[in-house]
Design a protein around this ligand. Structure first.
Ligand SMILES: [Zn+2]
Length: 237
């Protein structure tokens, strides 16, 4: 079978689309985010475990795992990462190349996956461009397929975690946008060829390794208000 990234005829691994660590509660022992995880009884049980598929060869898996390990370390307050609390959070010292390639690899995997969970992600002509960026380990500049991250807070400023939701396609201005929910954040990708017109660029990771991440209360988002209604409906059944 052909690997969905390098295109070579190789034995394929049972690849995950979303890295395992996003399924686990985000726990930051040093409370660098100034937020604490939900307690055991409060955890939301919408985890979609086992989103795996024969997708990539061993070599491509190894390449992507380097980015994943790095992103995991950022979420857990790794060395060289400086976080200034406040709203927005300011994070500095990020390895632009690894973090950006991770963001692109997540979008790419979702796009090439045949699982229903990712059916809304279709990148059209951008798929081959993103594939080439990954193959060449070229993260592009900050406005190439930028990803905005918004951290979601629950009551008591607890970070929402353990919730992974099917990506949605939306329109923002004239841009096609894909919204993922994982790791306690919205990951909002702008996929268009005119992303140089994207505004609020300070919220996009830049080449110097700095990003601002706004914190948003779940109840202030349309998405979570709707989700809450559906939960109520669901549990009444
Ligand atoms: Zn491969």
């Amino acid at each position: 079978m052909k690997c969905k990234l390098c295109g070579q005829e190789k034995k394929l691994r049972n690849s995950h689309i979303i890295p395992e660590f996003f399924y686990k509660p985000m726990y930051d022992e040093k409370h660098r985010f100034n937020v604490i995880p939900l307690s055991e009884g409060q955890k939301l049980h919408f985890k979609q475990k086992g989103l795996r598929e024969k997708l990539l060869c061993e070599d491509c898996e190894v390449q992507l795992s380097v980015y994943e390990k790095y992103v995991r370390s950022v979420f857990y307050g790794g060395t060289g990462i400086y976080i200034t609390n406040g709203n927005p959070l300011k994070i500095e010292g990020i390895d632009y190349k690894k973090f950006k390639l991770f963001q692109l690899s997540l979008l790419y995997r979702a796009a090439v996956s045949s699982l229903d969970f990712f059916q809304n992600v279709a990148l059209g002509p951008h798929l081959i461009k993103i594939r080439n960026m990954l193959l060449n380990e070229n993260p592009g500049n900050k406005l190439d397929y930028p990803c905005f991250m918004v951290m979601i807070l629950m009551e008591g400023n607890k970070i929402l975690d353990g919730l992974i939701y099917p990506p949605q396609m939306m329109r923002v201005d004239a841009h096609r946008v894909y919204r993922f929910i994982l790791g306690g954040c919205f990951w909002i990708y702008f996929v268009s060829s005119h992303t140089n017109q994207v505004v609020y660029t300070e919220f996009i990771l830049d080449e110097s390794g700095k990003v601002l991440i706004p914190l948003k209360k779940a109840e202030d988002t349309h998405f979570f208000r709707e989700l809450a209604k559906n939960i109520v409906k669901f549990t009444k059944k």
